[in-house]
Ligand binder design. Structure first.
Ligand code: NAD
Ligand code: WQD
Length: 300
């Protein structure tokens, strides 16, 4: 029996595959390589010294997905596949709804047709909207500020409704805070195309001389140093959270929500100074305008 990891060649997916293989699970990846490279899959094999099955497949392609479920004995699905750039989702809402929602509908249908009863879903703290942190799982969801966030909120609802209709189905909704970092082997990590949207890859690229200067988005927020605070969680800790979720799903039914964060916020300036201290590299940065849609504070 194997775990199907959709989007398993991506940043969080590849780290999760390492932890699943290390924990003794068989792994099957389905990824269309839209935002990843098959090299990451080879690196996962190198790191673990274990084999896995890779299918270059789009989760919206029902025929391809059916073929995977027919060939492989899938016991649980971890569903990472999706588009994730917040700014791009504002410009291309239809592409985001189509890829994320339609893909999830096909995946759920194929799972149902093959009697697969466990799904662990990559959700996001963004579903809490603009409320006062700390965010806890029992809070009602809030208004999302962009189409990407709404796809996450809607997919949570779709999976919850599927579990209401099928009492045998287990749905684990994992709400990630801010995943950062890379595997200690240095073989896999976050490698965004073009100009990074997220803080840590931008900081790394400035330190490496790929980009000239980091702009800190806003220095006048109502926070201790005026810059936004976030709950940054190491990607390997996040990956281990998925192994725990697979174990949890084996012995529970219905829907459960878990935040994956640390509970401790750090400001942008604190992150910049911690990076400088641990690498010994001085970062060229300036304080600029606020970025539209940013919340001052977010933590689990
Ligand atoms: P990523 O882009 O590195 O990984 C997503 C993977 O899905 C990529 O490998 C991509 O090629 C694949 N993919 C996209 N559409 C597909 C499709 N239709 N069929 C098959 N494969 C497809 O992103 P990530 O940072 O590893 O994020 C993984 C998941 O976690 C995403 O669902 C994302 O929304 C969610 N998430 C990420 C963050 C974050 O900050 N990185 C935070 C919260 C939630
Ligand atoms: C972190 C902090 C920025 C870049 C996003 C999504 C969220 C989730 C995680 C997927 C903020 C500041 C950033 C820069 C900066 N993704 N910053 N200069 O916005 O907390 O969350 O990624 O689900 O849904 O919204 O993460 O890394 O973009 O920003 O000052 O060049 O760094 O203002 O305070 P964010 P981020």
């Amino acid at each position: 029996m194997a775990i199907l990891v959709t989007g398993g060649a991506g940043f969080i997916g590849s780290h999760t595959c390492v932890e699943l293989l290390n924990a003794g699970y068989d792994v099957v990846i389905a990824d269309n390589l839209y935002n990843a490279s098959e090299k990451a899959v080879d690196r996962v094999k190198q790191i673990t010294g274990k084999d896995l099955k890779f299918y270059k497949a789009d989760i919206r392609d029902k025929e391809a997905m059916n073929e995977i479920f027919e060939k492989e004995e899938i016991e649980s699905v971890i569903h990472f596949a999706g588009l994730k750039a917040v700014g791009e989702s504002v410009v291309k809402p239809l592409e985001y709804y189509e890829n994320n929602i339609a893909g999830t509908l096909v995946l759920c249908d194929v799972m149902r047709n093959h009697g697969v009863k466990n799904i662990i879903f990559s959700s996001s703290a963004t579903v809490y909207g603009d409320q006062k942190p700390p965010y806890v799982e029992t809070m009602p969801k809030g208004e999302c500020s962009n189409p990407y966030g709404w796809t996450k909120s809607m997919m949570e609802q779709i999976l919850t409704d599927c579990a209401k209709a099928d009492s045998e189905l287990t749905v684990v909704l994992l709400r990630y805070f801010n995943p950062i970092g890379a595997h200690s082997s240095g073989k896999i990590g976050e490698d965004p195309q073009g100009i990074p949207n997220n803080l840590m890859p931008y900081v790394s690229q400035v330190a490496a001389g790929v980009r000239e200067q980091l702009t800190i988005f806003g220095g006048d927020y109502p926070t201790p140093d005026g810059t936004c605070r976030r709950d940054y969680i190491h990607v390997v800790d996040l990956a281990c959270g998925h192994v725990k979720a697979v174990e949890y799903a084996d012995s529970h039914k219905g829907v459960e929500i878990f935040n994956l964060g640390t509970g401790t916020p750090y400001s942008v300036l604190e992150i910049v100074h911690a990076f400088e201290k641990s690498t010994g590299v001085k970062l060229n940065y300036r304080i600029g305008e606020r970025r539209p849609g940013d919340l001052p504070d977010s933590w689990a």
